[in-house]
Write a protein that binds this ligand. Structure first.
Ligand SMILES: Cc1cc2nc3c(=O)[nH]c(=O)nc-3n(C[C@H](O)[C@H](O)[C@H](O)COP(=O)(O)OP(=O)(O)OC[C@H]3O[C@@H](n4cnc5c(N)ncnc54)[C@H](O)[C@@H]3O)c2cc1C
Ligand code: SF4
Length: 504
């Protein structure tokens, strides 16, 4: 019997992933490879490369222990072909196989590369999600706006999560109104579970240090989970100690606390060490046991079966050109301080420094600090996209691009966001303690100490008034701008221009 090659990518580390489920352990051959093409098509954070390679090596061992023939190529193997198609061709020659079974990659670039390969390819849908693309496309058909909230309700009905018959638990679908508390005085959670690197991880860390040590971000200390057992322990730790207060402080930011009550499970979910339904059921269980309140559990579950599913479907619905969209025609270059954290704006400095050290920042830091600034300053969205893809440990294009191009930069012209996510310094001040230790004054609207977010906010609205002044959700803001004294407007606009010129 002729063997088939079963491709398992670095973000497909699940026993039941479609390609493995469709293959025969006794005759088919698993191909896994650490290749420079994937590690360098953008210069990823070293922690991200280490996390993926270490998790791949452990998963390969697990498959071997389970009886699979696994052909695994390490980055420094002399025969390494350097790309996924190259490795498949090499293994085909080595084994005589002419057919490849793959699970659909989460990026158009790799899908196209596989389709161009001179081998017979069966590409199966990645079914590690709650929704299917067909289901989403049918839901989207004929709708004027694809709002996440309505899609999310269908996912609640489909999964039965937090449902009381056909009604939402507690009578409401969404408890976000209770979830926007500002930064608390102190935090009673010591952070995510951290793991001491074992031999496999140490070996990978040495390799990554040697090959990618000069990329943005610090490799050590490295504490992420790298196998399913560890990831499950990290999940249990979060559910036990952080979930009860996750909702309350979901949007808060603090100088001296990087993780607050966040789960830090996105890398595990995205590479397949955790399953979305297993995570949601554990959270629902905590609600049923009276351990966590409904606002926390609903808010958490919404991120996973709502936002995470929704952005996946938008990415595949919109097609390969999505990361190149630029609806607002923003052309400014990404400021150098995104790579150094060296800026007097404390919020940005803190979010970027933390990103360099942890390869992590939470949702509001990504959306309302680094994302908000880039949008206000008119940075080219593709450069912003590449930055996010490089710097976060959980960044895979299917999830990163809709969040950046759509939600954060409005570059998809409002497919995801009904209005641009922009704010002045007031929002950051309300939700964090950053402004207290900033060289700028958040209450100054003009003058040498004025918070740059204040200047840029109005300049953005003025610059794009033709596009947004008719947006119902922005009526009030534009009314405030129109009412403002003409001299004051002129001062704001000229100070904003001067700031932007300096930035370039
Ligand atoms: C500009 C921008 C870029 C982002 N880039 C990524 C990315 O590359 N990869 C990524 O996984 N998430 C991304 N997100 C979403 C979100 O910021 C992260 O999923 C979250 O911060 C991960 O940390 P956590 O596990 O502590 O999440 P928690 O806040 O504890 O939330 C729990 C889980 O919900 C899911 N989730 C929450 N929000 C989203 C969302 N908007 N989209 C998809 N899933 C979500 C994640 O799986 C997360 O683990 C981005 C958000 C923004 C605004
Ligand atoms: S004053 Fe402005 S720049 Fe400084 S931390 Fe606050 S929002 Fe950021």
């Amino acid at each position: 019997m002729v063997s088939r090659l079963v491709l398992v990518l670095g973000d497909q580390l699940t026993d039941t992933v479609a390609a493995l489920a469709a293959s025969d352990k006794d005759s088919d051959i698993v191909v896994m490879a650490e290749v420079s093409d994937e590690a360098t098509y953008v210069q990823h954070h070293p922690k991200k490369i280490a996390f993926i390679f270490a998790a791949m090596r452990k998963f390969a061992k697990r498959l071997r222990d389970d009886g699979w023939d696994v052909r695994y190529t390490q980055l420094d193997d002399s025969e390494n072909a350097g790309s996924i198609p190259g490795e498949l061709l090499r293994r085909a020659e080595e084994t005589g196989a002419s057919e490849v079974i793959a699970t659909q990659p989460g990026e158009w670039r790799l899908i196209e590369a596989l389709e161009d390969m001179p081998l017979r390819l069966t590409m199966l849908p990645d079914d590690r999600f709650v929704s299917t693309q067909e289901e989403f496309d049918a839901w989207a058909e004929g709708r004027k706006a694809l709002r996440m909230e309505y899609f999310y309700r269908d996912m609640r009905r489909k999964t039965g999560l937090l449902m009381d018959g056909d009604q939402p638990e507690g009578g409401k679908w969404n408890y976000d109104a209770e979830n926007r508390k500002p930064a608390p005085e102190d935090i009673a959670f010591s952070g995510p579970m951290q793991f001491t690197p074992d031999d496999t991880v140490e070996e990978v860390l040495d390799l990554v240090e040697a090959r990618f040590g000069n990329s943005f971000g610090q490799l050590r200390p490295f504490w992420f989970a790298t196998d399913q057992t560890q990831a499950r322990r990290a999940l249990t730790h979060f559910i036990t100690y952080a979930l009860p207060r996750f909702g309350d402080f979901q949007d808060a930011m603090m100088n001296d606390n990087r993780f607050l009550y966040h789960a830090l499970i996105s890398p595990y979910l995205n590479v397949g060490l955790l399953d979305p339904m297993e995570v949601c059921r554990a959270a629902e269980e905590a609600y049923k046991d009276g351990h966590a309140p409904l606002n926390a559990v609903e808010g958490f579950i919404r991120q996973i079966i709502g936002w995470r599913e929704y952005v996946r479907r938008i990415y595949f619905r919109e097609g390969p050109d999505y990361p190149r969209r630029n609806a607002l025609n923003h052309q400014r270059k990404l400021p150098e301080f995104y790579w150094t954290g060296e800026t007097d704006m404390n919020c940005l400095s803190k979010a970027i420094t933390q990103t360099a050290e942890e390869a992590y920042a939470h949702h509001i830091q990504r959306l309302m600090v680094t994302g908000n600034f880039a949008l206000l300053a008119g940075i080219n969205p593709h450069e912003v996209h590449e930055w996010y893809l490089r710097v976060y440990i959980d960044a895979f294009e299917w999830v990163e691009a809709p969040n950046v191009i759509g939600m954060s930069q409005f570059a998809d012209d409002g497919i995801i966001a009904s209005k641009p996510y922009v704010s002045s310094g007031a929002y950051i001040n309300r939700m964090s303690d950053y402004c207290k230790s900033c060289r700028y004054k958040v209450n100054d609207k003009t003058g040498p100490d004025a918070c740059p977010f204040n200047l840029l906010y109005w300049q953005f609205l003025d610059r794009h008034s033709e596009k947004f002044s008719g947006n119902q959700r922005m009526n009030q803001i534009y009314a405030n701008w129109r009412r403002m004294d003409e001299d004051r407007k002129k001062t704001i606009l000229s100070e904003a221009e001067a700031f932007l010129e300096n930035l370039s």
